[in-house]
Design a protein. Structure first.
Length: 359
């Protein structure tokens, strides 16, 4: 049985959900041996809960931004002692796994979770793709647009594998929408890649203030303090609420109380939060950007798209608020069927297993 070592950033987010889903499925099917290395400034409550509950063999190393290399000797020792056959990299830190691969002739699979947005990301992605192009044995992408993008970057077609993210499908009864009010929500890292501030700007408008419309943000990040201050200064603290990092059971309750899930973002690869909203029968309103418009299909009632400006977002929220429950349910049903067919965790796990097995 092959020994797989997965590398993961320790914060919250969709990537953690993907990795944990793979570990969970592998626990019952036992297709390979698992070990997990987590690096980052802190270990989230959700991470701790999952690792403890599932008794995952792991090593966490606290690191500071731009100073990860200081931990390389310690991490190298951990990798050497585990002696993996395959290094499965889910984060930006590709240099150390690459060094280990070259010294000990191991196999390296890189999963391209990175959205093409953000400060200085052009240089960072160029560096990552340099290592991937010349040293990765395989690369996993999450949608067709990224597949074609990498072909244009000179990567070989035989080394690129399309495996969309997937989640465990839950069975649920018909969605019940709130009466006389509309509850929006967004679950994500609270950073400058996301557009929380655009949602706040929309809530300043008279059309929103005069209606019973509320918003809940789940998550944490470097922009949280700034957004909280902005909400307070605009006297929106009775309309917009910050929930912080939520454990899995708390997150499930968070989704269930929403009438509309909003993913306001500058760019994604494939949003797990949107898939979770689909799973909970919550209609989704998402930015018309890469990683969202790849799989929201408004003409088939699979989500609603808006342009990243105040007018567009405001109009879409008001239009949805004006719908009757029967029309809202059309989104719930269409999204759930689309999720079950295309993005379930079993399909994702089988894709990873097939690739690992032949690498």
């Amino acid at each position: 049985m092959k020994k797989v070592l997965q590398f993961l950033y320790s914060g919250t987010g969709g990537v953690s959900s993907v990795v944990f889903s793979l570990i969970e499925k592998n626990k019952t099917s036992k297709k390979w041996k698992d070990f997990l290395i987590l690096t980052g400034p802190n270990l989230s409550k959700g991470n701790i809960e999952f690792l403890k509950k599932n008794k995952v063999k792991n090593f966490y190393n606290k690191t500071k931004k731009y100073l990860t290399f200081l931990s390389w000797p310690k991490l190298f020792k951990v990798i050497f002692e585990y002696n993996p056959n395959i290094l499965l990299v889910h984060n930006y830190d590709v240099i150390l796994p690459t060094i280990y691969k070259c010294i000990f002739k191991k196999k390296l699979i890189f999963v391209d979770h990175a959205p093409h947005v953000g400060k200085n990301l052009g240089f960072k992605l160029s560096l990552i793709y340099f290592f991937v192009k010349f040293f990765a044995d395989k690369i996993i992408v999450l949608h067709k647009d990224r597949f074609h993008f990498l072909l244009k970057r000179g990567l070989k077609k035989k080394n690129i594998f399309l495996i969309p993210n997937g989640i465990r499908i839950i069975s649920n009864s018909k969605k019940k929408f709130s009466k006389k009010k509309l509850i929006l929500g967004m679950a994500s890292r609270i950073n400058l890649q996301k557009y929380h501030d655009l949602i706040i700007e929309v809530f300043k408008t008279k059309k929103i203030r005069e209606r019973q419309i509320y918003c809940y943000f789940a998550g944490d990040g470097e922009n949280l303090k700034n957004l909280k201050s902005k909400v307070k200064n605009l006297s929106l603290d009775k309309k917009i609420f910050f929930m912080g990092n939520l454990k899995s059971d708390e997150l499930n309750k968070f989704y269930k109380k929403l009438d509309l899930y909003v993913q306001a973002s500058r760019g994604e690869v494939m949003s797990i939060s949107i898939l979770e909203a689909f799973n909970n029968l919550i209609p989704v309103l998402g930015s018309d950007v890469e990683g969202i418009n790849n799989f929201l299909i408004p003409e088939k009632n699979v989500g609603i798209l808006f342009k990243n400006n105040k007018k567009s977002l405001l109009n879409k929220i008001i239009e949805f608020d004006n719908l009757n429950n029967k029309s809202k349910l059309r989104y719930s049903i269409a999204q759930k069927n689309f999720l079950d067919k295309n993005f379930n965790s079993i399909k994702m796990f089988n894709g990873y297993h097939k690739l690992i097995d032949k690498t």
